[in-house]
Design a protein around this ligand. Sequence first.
Ligand code: NAD
Length: 497
Amino acid sequence: MKKVVGHFIDGEIVEYNERTQDIYDPALGDVAAQVALASKETVELAIASAQKAFPEWRNTTPLKRARVMFRFKELLEENRDKICYLLGKEHGKILHDAAGELQRGIENVEYACGAPELLKGEYSKNAGPNVDSWSELQPLGVVAGITPFNFPAMVPMWMFPLAIVCGNCFILKPSERNPSTTLFLAELLYQAGLPKGVLNVVNGDKEAVDLILQDTRIKAVSFVGSTPIAEHIYAKATANGKRCQALGGAKNHAIIMPDADMDNAANQLLGAAFGSSGERCMALSVVVAVGDQAADALIEKMTLAMKDLKVGAFDNTANDFGPLITKQHQEKVLGYIDSAQDQGASIVVDGRGLQVKGYEKGYFVGATLIDNVKAEMDSYKAEIFGPVLQVMRVEKMQQAMQLINDHEYGNGTCIFTRDGEAARYFSDNIQVGMVGINVPLPVPVAYHSFGGWKRSLFGDLHAYGPDGVKFYTKLKTITQRWPTSGVREGANFAFPS
Ligand code: NAD
């Protein structure tokens, strides 16, 4: 019998008699454990627990809520090794990459520690004679988050710390493919002093998600995952009267200008394309080289550097990246490489057929570089989500920008150049939500907000940072007047001005 990863409800880990699903060790290609898939009853317990906790939590001072997050941050740091181990074991990412993920998650907790400042609101004295007016940010109630497999620590921490310090109670449904890290985060938050029911973690699949989307007691849903599911979540959640932000997939292009520092660009692209096996929504998966000279120089440098890349299990920090998440995903990535070849692209470095000694059943794909990719190819249109970098050749920067603007996704993009004018024109006009200038992975810091354009985000507000505060609160504006005692006032039928 494999260990079953349960849920975290009302302050404790619970396990019921439910459906389960296998969790794999992606490096070994073996079943490592199982995860419980929440039934209707389990989701109901989580919602009831959160609802019960809300009135008291809502009235807890922002300072006290923030203190829980200060302690949580300390516990995350004290447990860094264990969290990185859990991340590596279930996701496959190498320990140094896991440490980077955790650090970005901690930065969101640090931002949430500023709750008293973030929730101060605005005040206008003498908005009228004897009239004062102020705006305050009130919590929504019970809110939910649904998260993907590729950042089991960071993406949940984009959501629950901020939602909770804003006074909400949170129900989190992590990816069923690697749920252990997220469950451990919930345990740490309770150790940090969070009252029961303020955070509940429900593991599960579509059944649990649909119950969350239907339930009118849940006031808002934050989703991060693939675009088809994001679109479905947004449509269902908003149809049921919820506030929703649904972040989807990506195809992130880098433009290489002929004047770019090619050595630096090649090095930056290596990490941005192949880090975490390309399983990042900000992974750079397409290079658009302006001019054949730039393309040839870059390909030459990258081909040379790719020979030294090391692929293997998470616990050897000499490795650059690890396996893909599942066998099915490995097959999908390999299928896209095959299709690029079949449709006329040139495979410059071929990662198919990679065998890692001692891990022969693992879901590995080696770093792959493909040249002469065209806009009509399937491998260009789709998000591959693997260690595959595709090169396209154009003559002018405008053509490169047109390709990016025409693509269905608009998450991240970047330009490598030494020309400030070109960079400024690019950042001003490109139809993408997060832009880098000689920065290949322009993931905003925790005090800005994260979000793509076009079909990379459904909803109006981006994730975390200032937009996160707006998303997890509703604005109330109060106008107050204290009449002067003894002065009799008559009725006034004109509109107050
Ligand atoms: P996914 O869409 O398969 O799953 C995400 C979540 O949705 C999971 O919790 C899953 O249980 C749930 N889900 C899956 N199918 C569902 C269905 N039919 N109905 C209801 N819920 C369902 O995504 P994934 O494979 O876990 O993650 C990879 C994807 O996430 C990639 O497309 C990647 O680009 C995207 N992603 C985007 C961002 C971003 O910020 N834009 C960040 C990370 C990942």
